[in-house]
Design a protein around this ligand. Structure first.
Ligand code: NAG
Length: 340
């Protein structure tokens, strides 16, 4: 019996060594640390964090030796007519359709959201001060009161799924729209809300002299953002450049990756990012796993609705390693252990 067990062990060691020799050790090490980050019940051991930092340095060195060709610095833009003429919009690069919503039924602006009696009276959770990067809302109030405060120059921020959960009839207006017809009509109906579709409303303004922003992160879902009022500045980075942002699985157990590269790090200036500012009526498509940072424009109140939808093929194809590594956190979210 014993010699046989030794034989099995030798075989396993040989297979492991073969795997290590054939695979690039950097992504393998990084992936192991990310799995520990999602599954380890205690603070991460020091050696794991060191190994992660070693991976980040290796990626930065590799990029310095052989840079990946950078995309054009601006996001691709379509007019509504050009968009209508596409067979199929690209789902692996970002794009904007200028004025897509002008004259459309999807006119969910601040006035519509504030209607009282009606949806404006709905009590929602919100952030009392967008400058503090809290993960969970810290205040509760009537939707129309919060929007009025932001409009008057206040620092509040709304990021709430509750509004459209209470408006299934409005969700049905997505069906048959020229936008959702191209994205895949099956994702956009009230029956999908809460499963493959979530529709948070985001509202805030940039405060003069401050940066109100969401730092670089990437998600397992695609997002078509309807800019209904005001403007937002987008900074986007393709998944193939992930190694350059010091990627790490979300520290709060939720299903996304964030960049440990600080928002003011000098390396940011050298990243091959794409930029675009969205204006009222525009739609921007952020593909699954595309890194993005969002800045609110100073003194401008922005109201957007995100059509977050899970595209299974893009989830697996746009970044297979991230797709595999996010599974533990997706399960935690599905079980309701982590929820905003
Ligand atoms: C769409 O309408 C808004 C006003 O609601 C206007 O500011 C914007 O320029 C329009 N966009 C296009 C591309 O016509």
């Amino acid at each position: 019996m014993a010699p046989r067990r030794r034989g099995v062990r030798a075989l396993l060691v040989a297979l492991g060594a073969l795997l290590l020799a054939r695979c690039d050790r950097v992504p393998l090490t990084w992936a192991a640390v990310q799995l520990m980050r999602s599954l380890w019940p205690a603070p991460l051991p020091r050696r794991a964090a060191d190994a992660e930092a070693w991976c980040w340095r290796a990626w930065a060195d590799a990029a310095a030796r052989a840079p990946v060709p950078a995309p054009p610095p601006h996001v691709r833009e379509f007019s509504p007519a050009e968009f209508a003429a596409l067979d199929r919009p690209p789902f692996d690069t970002p794009w904007v359709v200028r004025g897509m919503l002008n004259g459309s039924r999807l006119s969910w602006n601040a006035a519509w959201l504030s209607e009282s009696p009606g949806r404006g009276d709905q009590m929602i959770d919100y952030f009392s001060d967008a400058r503090r990067a809290l993960l969970v809302p810290d205040a509760r109030g009537a939707l129309r009161d919060v929007l009025a405060s932001i409009s008057a120059g206040g620092p509040q921020k709304i990021g709430s799924e509750m509004i459209f959960r209470a408006e299934p009839a409005a969700v049905d207006e997505l069906a048959g729209h020229a936008l959702t017809a191209k994205l895949g009509a099956r994702y956009f109906s009230r029956a999908m809300l809460g499963t493959v579709l979530t529709m948070p409303v985001f509202a805030a303004r940039g405060l003069p002299g401050e940066t109100t922003r969401t730092d670089l992160h990437c998600e397992p879902i695609a997002n078509a953002v309807l800019q209904l009022e005001g403007s937002k500045a987008w900074t986007l980075l393709s998944p193939e450049h992930s190694g350059l942002v010091r990627p790490q699985v979300s520290p709060d157990g939720r299903a996304y990756f964030h960049a440990r590269l600080g928002h003011a790090a000098p390396e940011l200036a050298a990243l091959p990012v794409q930029r675009v500012v969205t204006h009222p009526g525009d739609v921007i498509f952020v593909p699954t796993w595309t890194w993005h940072r969002v800045d609110y424009v100073a003194s401008v109140m922005s109201v957007t609705v995100s059509l977050f939808h899970f595209r299974p093929v893009d989830f697996a194809r746009n970044h297979p390693l991230y797709a595999a590594l996010i599974v533990p956190n997706l399960v935690k979210e599905a079980l309701g252990l982590k929820k905003q």
